[in-house]
Design a protein around this ligand. Structure first.
Ligand code: IPE
Ligand code: IPE
Ligand code: MG
Length: 244
């Protein structure tokens, strides 16, 4: 089976899942966070090397303040648990998004987690927090301008696609091969717009806390049967595959 090297997931439907069980939305977030751990472990077992999950968007600050605080508290606990899991699984963890808007203690936990796991050679696990693709691209362009002003990049050098990629939060991480969105919405919600230029999309009605290992396998099997052409014809791809 052709297993994707990098899967990106929009973890959606925590609230609806909880509501369907007569529980508060925050219960959905708690169970959703637990499911992230299961999926990280199983993704690695299936041969997936990179996993990037959307946990909190730049737009999610506009939710009711008690829900935002509950998510931030859950994140505090999650980051601690993640350090233990990373130790066991040898997971290398990186947070993408604008960390500067997060509470100082959360920023510190993230820095500690990234430092502690930076040389681990298991799953590369990216968590998107206060992440928005437009914000990320805008920050990347401003970083390039600042480096030009400082002379780190020659003032007359043209901006290239590589230069933009290298200044994104995902610098050094290969583009996702497969993007999964749970819970029935069929949109990107400002997620990895640059990186998903050639990514395969998979949408499912299952809510994130109920997205099991079998559901992950289903998504990977579906991906595996697709023909990725990258602009070429189907015939070209077939003959290249025969020659491998
Ligand atoms: C995803 O679940 C988690 C976050 C966006 C933080 P939602 O909270 O969006 O759940 P629904 O979509 O309202 O059901
Ligand atoms: C996208 O989900 C963001 C995350 C999963 C963190 P939302 O539930 O916030 O997206 P919209 O608002 O329905 O597009
Ligand atoms: Mg949602």
């Amino acid at each position: 089976m052709n297993v994707p090297n990098h899967i990106a997931i929009i973890l959606d439907g925590n609230g609806r899942w909880a509501k369907s069980k007569g529980m508060p939305r925050t219960y959905g977030h708690t169970m959703g966070a637990k499911n992230v751990e299961t999926i990280c472990r199983e993704a690695w077992n299936m041969g997936i090397h990179y996993l990037t999950v959307y946990a909190f968007s730049t737009e999610n600050w506009s939710r009711p303040s008690d829900e935002v605080s509950a998510i931030m508290n859950l994140l505090r606990n999650y980051l601690k648990t993640c350090q233990k899991t990373a130790k066991q699984n040898h997971m290398c963890v990186r947070v993408i998004g604008d960390k500067s808007a997060l509470a100082p203690d959360i920023q510190q936990s993230i820095a500690d987690l990234e430092e502690y796991t930076k040389d681990f050679d298991g799953l590369h696990f990216q968590i998107a927090l206060n992440y928005g693709s437009r914000d990320e691209i805008t920050r990347a362009v401003n970083k390039i301008l600042a480096e030009k002003a400082e002379g780190k990049i020659p003032a007359d050098a043209p901006v290239t696609e590589e230069m933009i990629s290298e200044h994104l939060d995902t610098a050094g991480i290969p583009d996702p091969d497969l993007l999964i969105r749970t819970s029935g919405e069929v949109r990107l919600s400002n997620y990895l717009l640059w990186q998903c230029a050639y990514t395969e999309f998979y949408f499912t009605d299952i809510h994130w806390p109920a997205f099991s290992v079998d559901e992950l396998k289903k998504a990977v099997e579906n991906y595996s049967g697709r023909s990725r052409r990258f602009g070429k014809t189907g015939e070209q791809v077939e003959s290249e595959e025969k020659n491998v």
